[in-house]
Design a protein around this ligand. Structure first.
Ligand code: ADP
Length: 168
C-alpha cells in the first residue's frame, strides 16, 4: 500500500527548511501531502491560495508531492485522505515542547496516527518563515534561505526599508 505522509503547516511562506524536510521525507515515504493550514485567527502575509500556489510551483513536475489547504482538525483531514502519518520538522530543542504536546494531542484524537519528526540540514536549523520575512523587510539577503520564486513574491508584498540603520 502507498505510504502517504502529511506535512502540515502555515508555510507563510515556504522556506528552504520546509523544502529540505519534504525532500528528506520523500526518501522514506511514497508521497508527501503538504497540508497548508487556513487559519482565520492567524494573520498571514500570503493568502491561503498564494501559499498553496507557491508550494505547487516549487514542486511542479514532482508528482510525489501534492499540496492541499485545510481548515479544522488535522486528524479529520488525514482520515479524508487515508493517511496515518504526520511529519513535523524539529529545528532546535525549543521546538520540542510544543511539537510533543501537539503530537500527543493528535494521538489522543486519533490513536492510529503516528507523528514523525525530521531534522533539517544544519544550515536551515535556525530558519523560520517569520524570521525570513523580518530579515527581508529590513533589507537583509535571504537568497540562500528561500526558493527564488518566494524571494520574488516577497518583493511584491513587502516594502523593504533597505539598509537604513538608524542609531540613536
Ligand atoms: P506551523 O505554523 O505549523 O509551525 P510552519 O509553516 O512554521 O507551520 O512549519 C511547518 C512545520 O515545518 C513545523 O513542523 C515546523 O517546525 C517545521 N519547520 C519550519 N521551519 C523549518 C526549518 N527551517 N527546518 C525544519 N523544519 C522547519
Amino acid at each position: 500500500m502507498e505510504k502517504v505522509a502529511i506535512y502540515p503547516g502555515s508555510f507563510d511562506p515556504i522556506t528552504n527548511g520546509h523544502v529540505d524536510i519534504i525532500q528528506r521525507s520523500l526518501k522514506i515515504f511514497d508521497k508527501i501531502l503538504v497540508a497548508v493550514l487556513e487559519n482565520t485567527q492567524k494573520d498571514t502575509l500570503f493568502t491561503i491560495s498564494e501559499r498553496t500556489a507557491l508550494i505547487r510551483s516549487i514542486f511542479s513536475g514532482q508528482d510525489k508531492v501534492e499540496v492541499k489547504s485545510f481548515q479544522g482538525l488535522l486528524v479529520d483531514f488525514a482520515r479524508i485522505h487515508g493517511s496515518y502519518i504526520f511529519i513535523r520538522g524539529l529545528r532546535a530543542v525549543s521546538d520540542f515542547e510544543h511539537e510533543l504536546q501537539m503530537a500527543l494531542m493528535n494521538r489522543k484524537l486519533a490513536p492510529d496516527i503516528e507523528t514523525f519528526f525530521m531534522m533539517p540540514s544544519l544550515k536551515y536549523s535556525f530558519l523560520s518563515s517569520s524570521l525570513v520575512k523580518e530579515v527581508y523587510r529590513l533589507g537583509g539577503c535571504i537568497s540562500d534561505l528561500v526558493p527564488p520564486l518566494v524571494e520574488e513574491k516577497l518583493g511584491a508584498k513587502l516594502c523593504r526599508t533597505g539598509n537604513n540603520v538608524q542609531i540613536s
